[in-house]
Design a protein around this ligand. Structure first.
Ligand code: NAD
Length: 290
């Protein structure tokens, strides 16, 4: 396929490279000067749009996505696909889908789970909203960039799945970290705590696969001085998006709200900015109840 890839940052660059390595022709565009092996760079987003069957975007937020959609979709061929893999608010995903449909372009919102490591290794999970026909057409691209793609229904549902997943993740990571800090104060050895919880009803991905305690469980960012991984800043972004969505449909999400508040304090007032989201553990270690 001829693919236009817009947004070649931490995630987009390795995803574009994996597509090119698998034999697809990839034309890239970024507002920064970026080079990606095997990817030719275009002068404008319009160049990508005119030459590609599929446009993939991997951008910071909904506002930028909408401006890129405005600059590209009108130049895309009828029946081609606009595949957004960024994490954005549900409303932006739906409005970009409307723009695409008005130009007989097929929209897919397909945010990812798996982070920079998953992007490099081609092991991302895609959560996809949009028409069946589009999902089927780009399935082979999902298979190159990831290990799993779940079709979640209509446009916007990919973003809905992503923010629900990350709301669970944020709250679970906080619960795991505060439990470790409590165990410390109770004099319970961290390894014993891990061995029990990881095989008991408190187990979770945060405990079992991404243990926030250094030297325990699998190798994680906690073993590398909490260098991300998945940053607290991005967790704050996703928890904020989940609260915007909850507000828009009047859903009661008190744990999600509290998780957002804790990550906001951590990132904006404490020393959490730029650290992995599991660095909540050293934060709790320093705290007491008051
Ligand atoms: P990044 O900031 O590294 O990359 C974004 C890229 O978009 C940059 O290279 C930037 O120059 C480019 N860009 C900005 N405006 C542009 C425009 N108008 N036209 C073209 N390019 C433009 O961010 P990232 O970490 O690669 O994340 C991208 C998306 O993936 C975000 O929505 C993020 O929430 C999501 N995500 C990130 C991770 C992660 O671990 N980094 C994990 C899952 C999802």
């Amino acid at each position: 396929m001829r693919i236009g890839f817009i947004g070649l940052g931490n995630m987009g660059a390795p995803m574009a490279y994996n597509l090119a390595k698998a034999g697809h022709t990839v034309l890239g565009f970024d507002t920064q000067t970026i080079t990606v092996k095997m990817v030719e760079m275009a002068q404008t987003p319009r160049d990508c749009a005119e030459k590609a069957e599929v446009i993939i975007t991997m951008l910071p937020n909904g506002k930028i996505l909408k401006s890129v959609a405005d600059e590209t979709i009108q130049y895309m061929k009828e029946g081609s696909i606009f595949l957004d893999c960024s994490t954005v608010d549900v409303a932006s995903a739906k409005s970009v889908a409307e723009i695409a449909k008005n130009h007989t372009v097929i929209p897919l919102d397909a945010p990812v789970s798996g982070g920079i490591g998953g992007a490099k290794e081609g092991t991302l999970t895609f959560m996809v909203g949009g028409p069946d026909e589009g999902f089927i057409k780009v399935k082979e691209l999902f298979d190159i960039m990831g290990q799993k793609a779940v079709h979640c229904g209509v446009s916007g549902n990919g973003q809905s799945a992503k923010i629900c997943n990350n709301m669970i993740l944020g709250a679970t990571m906080i619960a795991t970290c505060e439990a470790f800090a409590l165990a410390d104060k109770l004099g319970l050895d961290r390894r014993a705590m891990f061995d029990v919880v990881s095989t008991s009803s408190g187990y979770s991905w945060s405990m079992n696969a991404y243990c926030p305690a250094p030297g325990i469980g699998p190798l994680t960012p906690s073993d590398n001085n909490y260098i991300p991984g998945f940053s607290s800043d991005l967790m704050l972004k996703d928890l904020t998006l989940s609260q915007i969505a909850a507000e828009s449909v009047d859903a009661d999400t008190p744990m999600g709200y509290l998780a957002m508040t804790l990550y906001r304090t951590f990132v904006e007032q404490e020393d959490g900015a730029g650290k992995d989201f599991s660095a909540m553990l050293p934060r709790f270690e320093k705290k007491n109840r008051s």
